[in-house]
Design a protein around this ligand. Structure first.
Ligand code: B12
Ligand code: SF4
Length: 445
């Protein structure tokens, strides 16, 4: 059987395609099936897509969907079903946590809940043999009852290395994941919901980490085929389980020392670990700061680190020569305008080398999605609106979408000022204007 994975680009193409299909393709190929990949760039219209599909002639179409990708995927699948009966399956975060919505789409035949490797393999085998496709663990067939969640794949080292040709990586910058799952309870986070899904509906824990030898073997295999210039570890929180990280730094540092970046939480690092990471080649850490208000973090987001901890960790990170990026969320339900300003204050104290700022979006499955729905903050037609991070889709009491947009604009001004302050070509008046804009925007009330 031939499975074609479609990568649905939205407002731009990302530097890396969805990781899920990379793992699925590797498993399918290991069992004698074919897997191909087609990236649907934003400029690609329906006629081009249909022509490409005719050329590929797949037996099954697979799509990995985040909430943002779903709107375009849905429109495409509806059109596709008018002209073709190739079966389709969706997986990934959005399909897992909004499966009923996804299955309502006339162009969708199956949804994969959670981990996909063994489930897709069983579906492909059933399709190939003309067998029953309605009773496969994790695979929800249209019109059938919700399936059972199969235990997570064990040992995790048995999963074949991701098929790199599906990831669309460039310039020797590779993306590697060393674990699945995140044990923290952040209420806005879709990723952590896998842990909850498996805790409630399966017989095993979703959180698993690969052995050091398995990770190094993958890196060796990548290096044998092409350049290995930079490694981006995509794990939700790379720095959990200190003994694993300490040993990783030793073995990776001995053999590779290729520069790398990772995601961390401030509670999971200390000065010693940061020193070890720097020594092994770590150049960049992305920290979720999310809010400058301890109340918002503690009461709304279930994040308990203090502002002092953030100050310390950002300082330690800089001291060992690692660049720190901070990510912030604006307009979380229950957050006041004054608290949004506290985030800007903390940002100035932390002074990260880079930062991301995102207006809160309620991802299906999360605790805050449920809260927004229960309290009537979520508009009925939320799935018809694009899932973007530049404006709020919520009807919140006390804060209007326009006020949230003003805060977002303020962050954009801070970003412009930061960029200009570094640009060698910026003139003094340009810099002064940027700073004035920041100060003006900062007086929000
Ligand atoms: C790497 C990554 C990216 C990469 C690649 C995207 C990707 N989807 O892989 C890039 C940088 C492009 C990216 C961008 C964004 N991301 Co991102 N990203 C991640 C991250 C950290 C890891 C994904 C990963 O490596 N997964 C590893 C694989 C093995 O797991 P998996 O994807 O779940 O796949 C398994 C199953 O789901 C299933 N499966 C998946 N696809 C399919 C398809 C089929 C056919 C089948 C059968 C099964 C199946 O099988 C797979 C193997 O078991 C996740 C966090 C997370 N832990 O998921 C966030 C995450 C997916 N991203 C998120 C967000 C919000 C974004 C952005 C909107 C960020 C932004 N503010 O701009 C953009 C949007 C991109 C887009 N066009 O939608 C959210 C999505 C929430 C949601 N419900 O949509 C997540 C969950 C982060 C979070 N904590 O909330 N991201
Ligand atoms: S630490 Fe990151 S990945 Fe883990 S639950 Fe919180 S936001 Fe999600």
């Amino acid at each position: 059987m031939k499975v074609l994975f479609l990568e649905i680009d939205t407002e731009s193409d990302w530097a890396v395609a969805s990781l899920g299909p990379g793992f699925l393709a590797a498993t399918l190929r290991a069992h004698g099936h074919e897997a191909a990949f087609l990236r649907l760039g934003i400029a690609m219209g329906l006629p081009d897509i249909l022509a490409a599909l005719r050329e590929e002639a797949p037996d099954l179409i697979g799509i990995s969907a985040t909430t943002r990708q779903w709107l375009r995927a849905r429109a495409l699948l509806v059109e596709l079903r008018r002209v073709s009966n190739i079966p389709t399956i969706l997986g990934g975060l959005h399909a897992t946590f909004a499966p009923e919505e996804v299955l309502k789409c006339p162009g969708v035949d199956y949804v994969c809940l959670g981990e996909g490797e063994s489930a897709l393999l069983d579906l492909v085998a059933a399709l190939a043999e003309g067998g029953d496709t309605t009773a496969i663990g994790n695979i929800w067939a249209k019109g059938m009852p919700r399936p059972k969640i199969r235990p997570p794949i064990e040992p995790i080292d048995s999963i074949p290395f991701a098929a790199r040709d599906l990831l669309d990586e460039r310039y020797g910058v590779v993306h590697v994941s060393t674990q699945r799952g995140c044990p923290f309870p952040c209420t806005y986070c879709a990723a952590r919901m896998y842990d909850q899904l498996y805790a409630e509906q399966s017989t095993g824990a979703y959180g698993r980490r690969r052995s050091h030898e398995n990770v190094l073997a993958e890196l060796r295999a990548i290096r044998a085929k092409g350049p290995l210039n930079y490694v981006i570890f995509l794990d939700d929180t790379f720095t959990i389980h200190h003994p694993w990280v300490t040993k990783f730094c030793r073995v990776y540092g001995d053999e590779f020392r290729t520069p790398f970046s990772l995601h961390a939480r401030v509670e999971t690092v200390n000065q010693r670990m940061l020193g070890e990471l720097a020594e092994a080649g770590c150049k960049h850490i992305v920290y979720g700061v999310e809010s400058g208000s301890e109340r918002v973090r503690r009461q709304i987001m279930q994040r308990h680190a203090t502002n002092q901890r953030f100050r310390d960790v950002f300082r330690w990170t800089k001291e060992v020569g690692i660049m720190a990026t901070a990510n912030y969320i604006i307009g979380t339900p229950g957050e006041t305008l004054a608290e949004m300003e506290e985030t800007i204050d903390l940002h100035h104290e932390l002074d990260p080398v880079d930062f991301g700022y995102f207006v809160f979006y309620p991802y299906p499955g999360t605790a805050l999605f449920q809260l927004c729905r229960d309290k009537g903050y979520l508009p009925e037609d939320y799935l018809e609106r694009p899932a973007v991070h530049s404006r709020s889709i919520l009807n919140l009491p006390g804060v209007t979408p326009e006020q949230i947009e003003a805060v977002y604009a303020c962050w954009t001004a801070i970003r412009a000022a930061k960029t200009l302050s570094r640009a060698p070509t910026a003139t003094a008046p340009q810099r002064a204007e940027a700073v004035a804009m920041v100060e003006h925007r900062a007086r929000l009330g």
